[in-house]
Write a protein that binds this ligand. Structure first.
Ligand SMILES: Cc1cc2nc3c(=O)[nH]c(=O)nc-3n(C[C@H](O)[C@H](O)[C@H](O)COP(=O)(O)OP(=O)(O)OC[C@H]3O[C@@H](n4cnc5c(N)ncnc54)[C@H](O)[C@@H]3O)c2cc1C
Length: 442
């Protein structure tokens, strides 16, 4: 064991539903990555550990934190290609590319998420209805695997492992660097328009009518009581082509995810804040000019939203629902709400495009997200939602929801067994494991 390079510390999943003392190491060179990996039978790589479920945590073996791998390895402006190390975070990445009027549009909603974490989770951004997931911007990957060694992955080289690695939750090995095909972005300010809706079904119809190629559309709905369930706003962001403001580096702030000792979310505060937000949106300007950080990373600066749940944590459910099943799902959701009265703090919808394969959270469906206070009634409510996942062929996110059972997972992810058998062919010893992969027996 390489004692001097390892430390032990208590690590929590982002939703606080899992915690354990974990042995971890922060390699800073390719050689140290090899040496540490060679000393352990079970490994998991981690970025910023911002996954809601314990995807980057394993209480056995070693956790490899890649933060020191954060360099730009290559950039070709003409070809719009960049190669970066996997531990680089999104803010560092964008501070380089945006100056060149380039980016990738599939950015998950928090700036300290790492490139490796985003690729391994096949992350998506607000515009996933038009831009799909990060898979669409990846050209190639350099992977290190303890047994299989250093492997270049792309459509032309080791295609099968390339496909298993994107959205493969770190189970194929350590992603060391990623080459992206960048897209042009002419401006970094957005015009945001909001439209009031009275129900979730009205929101769905709005999405259908506004199937625009150049705007990001998503919604926020009240779910603080049955009477108000679904009332809310649809937001539409369009790049402001007239803005003459120059891009300024996105600056790191000292916001922290630090749960309050006593939770502040309860049915009363949920009602109060939802009411306030609704009235404020109703009375404020319909159109706003917003900066990049606010639009792309909506929770940056609003960490208190999560801290309000307290040390007990919270639950998030993110579901991909086929349009043909959405109306029936909404009816059943309302009936379950009436029965179990879960405490939902946030409810939001957006479109998603892509192809579902392996264990990737991706499909041509509607992305239905909600957060709940962790309580007996919420857990009972969620057990019923799991049944609806099977009934309506809904895909629940295992990145967001740390409750998902093995049964619900294999019933909803049709290609998960295929992923598992290909993974075992690549790595018979199944070295790379997390708490989630063990629970789901991947
Ligand atoms: C506030 C907030 C907003 C979010 N918004 C979105 C969103 O809009 N869209 C979305 O899709 N997701 C979103 N997420 C989820 C987030 O994108 C993913 O959980 C992402 O994986 C977190 O990145 P990370 O660097 O923290 O990775 P970690 O949580 O550390 O790891 C995530 C997974 O990636 C693997 N991994 C990490 N680095 C490597 C590596 N170098 N090699 C191999 N495997 C690796 C881990 O093993 C693990 O399986 C959000 C999360 C938060 C907290």
């Amino acid at each position: 064991m390489i004692k001097n390079t390892t430390e032990e510390k208590k690590i929590f999943s982002f939703d606080k539903n899992f915690s354990h003392n974990i042995l971890f190491s922060k390699p800073d060179k390719y050689k140290s990555l090899e040496d540490i990996s060679n000393n352990y039978d079970e490994i998991i790589s981690t970025g910023s550990n911002l996954s809601y479920s314990p995807l980057a945590i394993n209480k056995d073996g070693i956790l490899l934190e890649l933060k020191k791998f954060n360099r730009i390895l290559g950039f070709n402006k003409e070809e719009k290609i960049i190669t970066v190390e996997a531990g680089m975070n999104l803010m560092e990445f964008l501070n380089f590319t945006l100056k060149e009027n380039l980016w990738i549009p599939q950015l998950p909603g928090y700036p300290t998420i790492t490139i490796g974490g985003a690729v391994a989770a096949n992350s998506h951004g607000k515009s996933c209805g038009i831009h799909g997931t990060i898979r669409n911007s990846i050209k190639s990957i350099l992977l290190f695997h303890k047994i299989n060694g250093w492997i270049n992955l792309s459509e032309n080289e080791n295609k099968e492992i390339f496909d298993l690695t994107i959205g493969g939750l770190g189970l194929t090995g350590t992603i060391v660097s990623v080459t992206f095909n960048l897209s042009k972005i002419d401006n970094t300010r957005f015009n945001t328009t909001k439209h009031k809706v009275n129900s979730l079904n009205e929101c769905k119809n709005f999405f259908n009518e506004k199937n625009s190629k150049n705007s990001f559309i998503y919604s926020w709905h009240r779910a603080d009581d049955l009477k108000n369930l679904g009332k809310g706003f649809v937001y539409e962001n369009v790049l402001d082509m007239k803005s003459v403001k120059k891009f300024k580096n996105l600056s790191k702030k000292t916001f922290k995810f630090k749960p309050f000792i006593f939770p502040l979310w309860n049915k009363l505060s949920i009602k109060f804040i939802n009411n306030f937000f609704f009235i404020f949106n109703n009375l404020s300007k319909k159109e706003n000019n917003e900066d990049f950080l606010k639009v792309i990373f909506p929770f940056y600066g609003k960490e208190s939203y999560f801290n309000f749940f307290g040390k007990k944590g919270f639950l998030e459910s993110q579901l991909l629902i086929g349009e043909q099943n959405l109306d029936q799902f909404i009816d059943e959701f309302k009936n379950l709400y009436k029965t179990y009265k879960p405490a939902i703090t946030l409810l939001s919808l957006k479109n998603m495009s892509g192809e579902q394969k392996y264990i990737r959270f991706e499909d041509n469906k509607i992305c239905f997200t909600f957060d709940l206070i962790k309580s007996k009634s919420s857990l009972l409510f969620m057990n019923e939602i799991d049944k609806l996942c099977v009934k309506y062929q809904i895909l629940p996110s295992i990145i967001k929801d740390s409750r998902i059972t093995k049964e619900t997972f294999y019933d909803s992810y049709k290609y998960a067994s295929d992923f598992k058998s290909k993974l075992y062919l690549f790595d018979k010893k199944r070295v790379y494991k997390s708490e989630v992969s063990k629970r789901l027996e991947i």
